[in-house]
Design a protein around this ligand. Structure first.
Ligand code: NAD
Length: 483
């Protein structure tokens, strides 16, 4: 039976002002499994107006204790609901249930951490030149934050923005991706049950160029965030610039694992294989390039290919499935076009690609290319699918140069047992996050964000709190002390 979701505005459930809906396709069955309202500019206006009203209430915006209490309650409730939300998300975007369970069971950690930050955040008393001036700073919320999320990991990616936005006393209007919007409406149900004041959290579903654009243009929105691709990033950043509101851009990546000759080759190969096949490669931090010292190149390729042979592609709802389908048929075509370009450019296909067995489905068995050069699009462009490009290097400098030779800079993995090299290389890499001897782990405490085309601004940790709040500086002239 098709499930019909409503959207969440001003503490109540509603359909779109137009009455129209968007169908959500289960990528495994390729059938409609749910509908969500096709929001309009009028729906965005209702949500932003509610968020503006809610942000004017000092009981929310000026009372961190109240916020900490609600965020803790939300974390507890999300822990209880994690498996339900994970199932919805898996049906919506095709990711395997084990990954979805792991991700959604981690989500409460973001709200718990944010509650602790709200509870303990403090201003400063800086000393200036004149002792007669008492100076103090406070952290203030922006007001209303408009948050847009992609389809690949909605719960975690919303948590990265929303937890600190709420901790800092903002109210939020969320626009989920039209391709997998349902889990964020389930999140809204939990928010509602926990008892957040009406208007603090709103979720408006719909298309990017309609709902997303209306959100970006609305004069009631004080800050914009986008987690998505560079194309939408440019559009949203331009709209933010036109309105002179600040923006956070969490965009795509072309991240690499750098494997040095002193690395634990088995561990590195396991992480490389998992790094580009988890989520079917549809992850911003997918490790889709491996830069490997020439002396261990063949060994690493062999071990990665061996690991891929054991991967089970299939029904994402089953716990023993390793890889589900890609999210949409457009996504399948996009990945195929990159594979075709890689072959035409002269890369060597070592493993994978679609066969007749995948015909008519959204499955894409992982692809490994060797003999890749920096000029090829498979080396430099984000494919957002399970395609790995392997490139050998001879020196540390060459490894660093190759890593930095794309417009992106989201994450990197460094594999070495040499502590000096680990620090030296980490410093030299164009990447917002560097993992040493592991790959693709996130945490509410660790700041995350990109360089270059991977975006700007930071989520998570205290950096995330500072991103969602601003400084008020107050100076008081103490008169009468010298009398
Ligand atoms: P997308 O850029 O197509 O969409 C992201 C969001 O922007 C969606 O909600 C979409 O509706 C909205 N949008 C699209 N066009 C818009 C417009 N003209 N105006 C306003 N809003 C618009 O991205 P996607 O395909 O959903 O997700 C994949 C991309 O997201 C990849 O590039 C991936 O690397 C990136 N991503 C980045 C991170 C990160 O933290 N850096 C995390 C996950 C995904």
């Amino acid at each position: 039976m098709i499930r019909n979701f409503e959207m969440y505005v001003d503490g109540a459930w509603r359909s779109s002002a137009s009455g129209e809906v968007i169908e959500s396709i289960n990528p495994y069955t390729r059938e409609v499994w749910a509908t969500v309202p096709a929001g309009t500019a009028a729906d965005v206006d209702a949500a932003v107006s509610a968020a503006v009203r809610a942000s004017a209430d000092p009981e929310w915006s000026r009372n961190p204790k109240v916020r900490a209490k609600l965020l803790t309650r939300l974390a507890d409730a999300l822990a209880d609901e994690a498996d339900t939300i994970a199932e919805i998300e898996s049906r919506d975007n095709g990711k395997v249930i084990n990954e979805e369970l792991a991700m959604n069971r981690a989500v409460p950690g973001w709200y718990r951490y944010a509650a602790a930050v709200a509870e303990t955040a403090a201003g400063q008393v800086p000393y200036g030149n004149d002792p007669a001036v008492l100076s103090l700073t406070e952290r203030e919320p922006y007001g209303v934050v408009g948050i847009q999320t992609p389809w690949n990991t909605p719960g975690v990616l919303l948590a990265q923005m929303a937890s600190m936005a709420l901790a800092a006393g903002n109210t939020i209007v969320v626009k989920p991706s039209e391709l997998a919007p349902c889990s964020l409406l389930e999140f809204a149900r939990v928010v509602h049950e926990v008892g957040f004041p009406a208007g603090v959290v709103n979720v408006v579903t719909g298309l990017g160029p309609i709902v997303g654009q209306a959100l970006c243009e609305h004069p009631g929105v004080d800050k914009l965030t986008l987690t998505g691709g560079p194309e939408a990033g440019r559009i949203v950043a331009a709209q933010a610039a036109r309105r002179l509101v600040p923006a956070v851009m969490e965009l795509g990546g072309k991240s690499a694992n750098l494997v040095f000759p002193d690395a634990d080759v088995e561990q590195a190969a396991a992480a490389v294989a998992a790094g580009f096949t988890s989520a079917g490669g549809q992850s911003c931090v997918a490790g889709t390039r491996v830069l490997v010292h020439r002396s261990i190149h063949d060994e690493v390729v062999k071990r990665v290919v061996e690991r891929l042979a054991g991967l089970r592609l299939g029904d994402p709802s089953q716990p023993d499935t390793d890889m589900g389908p890609l999210c949409t048929s457009d996504q399948v075509q996009r990945v195929q076009s990159f594979v075709d370009r890689g072959l035409a450019d002269g890369a060597t296909l070592r493993k994978g690609g679609r066969t007749q067995a995948e015909e008519g489905t959204f499955f894409f068995p992982p692809v490994v290319f060797t003999d890749v050069t920096p000029e090829m699009s498979v080396f430099s462009e984000e494919i957002f699918g399970p395609v790995l490009s392997v490139v050998p290097f001879d020196t540390e400098e060459e490894a660093i140069r190759l890593n930095n030779a794309t417009p992106y800079g989201l994450a990197a993995g460094v594999w070495t047992r040499d502590l000096n090299r680990a620090h030296r290389v980490s410093r030299a890499l164009k990447a917002g996050t560097v993992w040493v001897n592991h790959y693709r782990r996130g945490d509410a405490a660790f700041p995350f964000g990109g360089y270059g085309h991977s975006g700007y601004g930071r989520v998570n940790g205290i950096d995330g709190y500072r991103e969602m709040s601003r400084t008020k500086s107050v100076q008081i002239l103490l008169s009468g002390a010298e009398d």
